[in-house]
Design a protein around this ligand. Structure first.
Ligand code: SF4
Length: 328
């Protein structure tokens, strides 16, 4: 696998086609869950109207922790790093106005965000997991990855045969942090939830597309022999104090190899759907993960779905759509 992957184009699709060559865990997850879901989000660009609240909240939470971790890695003490991160967060969100009458806005707004971040820093003040320092001396916080697989869409080979070039598949993503914990290395991934993170919550991360890709990517791109992922869950509470807990999900080399070998078949399927211009509904997935966001659309007759989509969702411009090649 080539980890350089430079000079990549801005679109994750082969030019003039719906064949995706740059993938991340989100788009692979859509494909594996339901080809129609993948089509509606990745090809058509539909997203829920309140998506921006969840995205902004998650992004600001990650940025605040990143600021703290970087300050700590640079030598600041806990109090100074915390002051710096909260200060930056308050500046960035100064004019972030959320409708707190909606369910999303009730849990995810500026006030709950700042409280969550402060509680996080208090809870992990004496954290025994320490930020890993990479071979180049950089603290392993908010790392992007992008690496080539040793195969690509068959269409790209036929298309570019005269030029003797073909586009390999790329795997892309972002890691929150790599940490040393009990003398082993792990990816650390932050999750926020409004429900109680029980053992059932953590069991859901193995098997798990995102966690397997993160383990693989850290080994390939950053040459860090990570054992798996520490999933760090923050439960947002409206009345009681926010709650934090961690669970570890391990991956063996054989599991990573198996995931990659399976991926070859999934990506071939995606190419076949795009070539046929048909993305079938996997109606066994509609009730999974709390219910698919498009259930209210797919339950309608095909002729009227577009009208319902336009009423309940936003069709994003191409540059605003989910794109694995976009830097965070
Ligand atoms: S509602 Fe069901 S068929 Fe429609 S996109 Fe979601 S999972 Fe697929």
């Amino acid at each position: 696998m080539d980890t350089s992957a430079s000079d990549v184009p801005a679109s994750p699709f082969l030019e003039g086609t719906n064949i995706q060559f740059a993938w991340d865990s989100t788009s692979i997850g859509y494909l594996k869950t339901c080809p129609k879901l993948y089509y509606l989000v990745m090809i058509e660009g539909w997203s829920p109207k309140d998506d921006s609240v969840h995205l902004r909240y998650g992004a600001e939470y990650h940025s605040a922790i990143e600021d703290y971790d970087k300050a700590k890695a640079a030598g600041a003490n806990h109090a100074d790093a915390m002051r710096h991160a909260v200060h930056q967060l308050m500046i960035r969100t100064f004019d972030w106005d959320v409708d707190t009458d909606t369910k999303a806005g009730r849990y995810k707004n500026r006030r709950t965000l700042i409280q969550l971040v402060i509680d996080y820093f208090d809870f992990f003040a004496n954290d025994t997991a320490t930020t890993h320092i990479l071979e180049n001396g950089r603290a392993a916080v908010e790392l992007s990855f992008k690496f080539e697989l040793d195969w690509g869409p068959s269409h790209s080979k036929a298309y570019d045969s005269q030029n003797d070039i073909s586009q390999p598949y790329l795997l892309c993503g972002h890691l929150d942090r790599v940490v040393s914990f009990n003398n082993d290395l792990y990816v650390l991934d932050h999750k926020t939830t409004t429900t109680t993170p029980s053992s059932y919550f953590f069991d859901g991360f193995n098997p798990h597309n995102q966690m397997t890709l993160y383990t693989l990517a850290t080994q390939v791109v950053y040459r860090a022999p990570v054992k798996g992922v520490i999933v760090e869950a923050a439960q947002i509470k409206l009345v009681e104090p926010n709650f934090f807990t961690r669970g570890v999900t391990y991956r063996t080399q054989d599991q990573l190899d198996e995931w990659l070998s399976d991926l070859r078949y999934w990506l071939a399927q995606a190419e076949a759907f795009a070539t046929a211009d048909h993305w079938p509904m996997n109606d066994s997935s509609c009730d999974k993960f709390g219910g698919c966001m498009f259930r209210g659309i797919c339950s309608k007759s095909p002729q009227v779905r577009e009208k319902w989509l336009a009423g309940d969702f936003i069709k994003r411009e191409i540059e605003d759509r989910w794109n694995p090649l976009k830097p965070r």
